[in-house]
Design a protein around this ligand. Structure first.
Ligand SMILES: [Zn+2]
Length: 149
């Protein structure tokens, strides 16, 4: 199966629906054995979305949720600009505080875009696997109340 083709399709559908501001961005998808399921980098020549080969076995719904989250990062990266973003990236690697802030912002944007239930599902997934999550159940509910009423 052509996984890159499948992921490209998911990305272009999500951009059409929820990320119009990324419509003109060049996004290259690469499969890689990364520590995280996915991560995205923003370079002057375009963005690169790295997806773990684990994703091949994941249900489509989960793959979409993961890619949606990465596009939220990309939208925020674009707002802060290339230079600031690549600078922040170093902090992302070395500072857990920065990492938490960047992840929190991406998840809040995801909720804002109507995917609060998906954020909740991601949190529950992490809890099941004994991993931490940047937002608590209470915080997710608060943001959903704020944006959906
Ligand atoms: Zn993230």
């Amino acid at each position: 199966m052509n996984y890159i083709g499948k992921y490209n399709k998911i990305v272009s559908n999500l951009i059409k629906k929820d990320f119009q501001n990324l419509a003109r961005e060049r996004i290259i998808i690469k499969e890689k054995n990364v520590k995280y399921k996915a991560h995205v980098r923003y370079f002057p020549w375009g963005a690169t979305l790295y997806l773990s080969k684990q994703l091949r076995k994941f249900p489509e719904k989960v793959v979409k949720r993961i890619i949606f989250h990465e596009l939220c990062h990309l939208e925020l990266f674009k707002k802060e600009g290339i230079i600031k973003n690549n600078f922040n990236y170093l902090f992302y690697i070395f500072s857990s505080k920065t990492r938490k802030r960047i992840e929190t912002e991406a998840n809040i944007l995801m909720i804002k875009k109507g995917h609060g239930r998906e954020v909740m599902a991601a949190l529950k997934d992490n809890l099941r696997r004994g991993l931490s999550y940047p937002l608590s159940i209470k915080e997710i509910k608060q943001y959903m109340d704020r944006y959906y009423k």
